[in-house]
Ligand binder design. Structure first.
Ligand SMILES: C[S@@+](CC[C@H](N)C(=O)[O-])C[C@H]1O[C@@H](n2cnc3c(N)ncnc32)[C@H](O)[C@@H]1O
Length: 279
């Protein structure tokens, strides 16, 4: 089959509005090449020769409903790393005593952290390893790191917790020795996160824009790093309103360094390095 890489402006707009409605991600016209390069494999798999036919098929609700998860998985950007923005993990260690003091006062020894766009898992595993290094403080605490993403492919990789050697370069040697086991993988050798770290984490699929968040108890810390950059102000506002509801007073909020919460300055106090505290 001869595949055509051409997409018209109007077919691009159809796909970008499908993505926006489903995820809140804004794809401007300058992302045409990204959309082509990410979706062309899918067209190939389906045996569809061009975007014109693909977009026509999306008019059929049966095809659309089956296809939407693939479109979402193809068009989310999942770049992540262990110890990404490492200074923030030093801040995590610094704020831990105040979080625990709050729990001690309430006689509630649950520590609830939400990694809300966790991609392939490096962020929540980093959080779990850093907390494990603070064992003298958290011994006896019930630590739970809820890790969510919209993309089912990255979640299934995250849940396996196996990484290729080139993904490990930011992991300090002592963490590598303590928290990973060498394993054989399909591609050769890999590193598997240890069971002690894995069991601190629950992975779930959550759409930050369209899902309603239901939590049994308020969350102490939310990580929402490097995802709101893909949203417009409407999406950001919608999401912030939901986060404000689930984060407890005095709880902490970690954003990506290129992101800002200035619009919501009344509800949050800036701490440092894109870390905020709910008033
Ligand atoms: C660039 S990664 C960031 C990963 C990690 N937080 C970090 O900073 O390294 C952005 C993630 O946001 C997810 N995402 C995008 N839109 C989403 C939505 N509406 N709901 C939930 N997750 C979403 C993507 O699937 C992707 O895995």
């Amino acid at each position: 089959m001869q595949l055509s890489y051409f997409i018209s402006d109007s077919d691009f707009k159809t796909i970008s509005s499908i993505v926006y409605d489903a995820t809140g991600i804004v794809l401007k016209i300058n992302k045409k090449n990204l959309v082509i390069s990410r979706l062309i494999k899918r067209l190939n798999t389906l045996g569809i020769p061009n975007f014109r036919e693909y977009v026509d098929l999306l008019d059929d609700p049966l095809f659309f409903n089956k296809e939407l998860p693939y479109i979402v998985n193809c068009l989310t950007t999942n770049t992540t790393n262990f110890f990404r923005e490492p200074h923030q993990f030093e801040i995590l260690k610094k704020i831990l005593p105040s979080i625990l003091e709050y729990g001690n006062k309430k006689n509630c020894h649950n520590l609830r952290i939400w990694s809300s766009a966790c991609s392939t898992g490096e962020e929540p595993y980093t959080i779990a390893m850093v907390l494990s290094e603070c064992m003298e403080y958290i011994r006896g605490w019930n630590v739970q790191i809820l890790s969510t993403d919209i993309d089912s492919d990255v979640l299934s990789r995250a849940s396996k917790g196996v990484y290729e050697p080139e993904r490990m370069k930011n992991v300090p040697q002592n963490y590598l020795n303590k928290y990973f086991n060498r394993v054989k993988t399909y591609h050769g050798e890999g590193y598997k996160i240890s069971d002690n770290i894995r069991k601190m984490i629950i992975f779930r699929q959550v759409n930050l824009i369209n899902d309603t968040f239901k939590f049994n108890s308020p969350v102490d810390i939310i990580f929402c790093r490097n995802v709101v950059i893909y949203f417009d102000d409407i999406g950001k506002q919608k999401l912030m309103n939901k986060f404000i509801e689930v984060l407890r007073s005095g709880g902490y909020f970690f954003l990506g360094h290129s992101e800002t919460l200035l619009l919501y300055g009344k509800q949050f106090k800036f701490i440092e390095s894109a870390v905020y505290q709910k008033a």
